[in-house]
Design a protein around this ligand. Sequence first.
Ligand SMILES: Cc1cc2nc3c(=O)[nH]c(=O)nc-3n(C[C@H](O)[C@H](O)[C@H](O)COP(=O)(O)OP(=O)(O)OC[C@H]3O[C@@H](n4cnc5c(N)ncnc54)[C@H](O)[C@@H]3O)c2cc1C
Length: 270
Amino acid sequence: MTQHHEDPRVIETDAEAYNATLVRREDLTHDLAYFWVRFDGEATPFEPGQYMTTGVVTDGKMLQRPYSVASAPLVANSEGYELFVRHVPVIRFTTALWRLPVGHRMRMIGPKGKFMLEPDDDRTHLYVSTGTGIAPFISMIRETMAQGHARRTVLLNGCSFSDELGYRRELEAWEQDPAYRLRYVPTISRPADPRNAGWAGHVGRAEQVITDVCREHGLRPDRTVVYICGNPDMILNVERALMDRGFPEFHVKKELYWPKGKAQAGVPAG
Ligand SMILES: Cc1cc2nc3c(=O)[nH]c(=O)nc-3n(C[C@H](O)[C@H](O)[C@H](O)COP(=O)(O)OP(=O)(O)OC[C@H]3O[C@@H](n4cnc5c(N)ncnc54)[C@H](O)[C@@H]3O)c2cc1C
């Protein structure tokens, strides 16, 4: 049994439903972390952009949530499924997840979801996300690169603070490698905060900079497919801004991490 002073619930260390193990964890900030969960048996095949549902038995009940997979399918057996998660300070799933030591048993099912790449799509791919919503795009980039078919990509990721920009080092490195055909555009919504001291990149929310990004990168509505993931308000605002620029609705795919109107007070948007 695992105990924690802020979350008094009892997490079962062993349960019949468990079929996977938390094999690795890396913290990015105090409330953002990467987790790797590996199946006991063969990994289940998935498409980049899909999500897995993972959980633990807490106070006698299975508590589980969906998470986009950030890793490429080809490492699912060796490394497990990589998840990029924000700790939400309400006693539900993430407070339990944050308490799990590496090696803890878990339940994982999936994959699910239709937020996937089209086969042989030679349009420019515009990926727009807030916070952890970047996860499916990392899987998409990794997989298309592994197959030797990188797609011309512009990735816009908005966060409150520059230290919350997940995968920043990898993305900056990939951007330098012409094989990736990637333009990485991070944007910070609270530039005046001391935590963002020294930030020289874009400022403003994703929906505020999307029009400039389209202009700067010459993104034409008829030659661009758009994927938007994360905070539902951002998704709707970005979609509206793109429609205003003439992007047809069927060129825009969306993955909402929670229902619109359900923002959690005190939690950065995404
Ligand atoms: C298809 C899908 C994929 C998802 N993938 C991810 C992912 O890759 N990474 C991830 O961290 N979350 C992801 N989520 C959200 C995740 O399933 C949980 O809702 C989240 O981890 C919070 O769980 P909780 O039980 O602590 O709180 P919940 O009761 O599930 O959520 C409480 C509130 O927290 C806020 N919230 C939820 N998720 C986030 C978030 N990511 N960032 C900021 N605020 C949030 C919302 O306001 C929500 O109403 C995904 C959701 C869906 C539907």
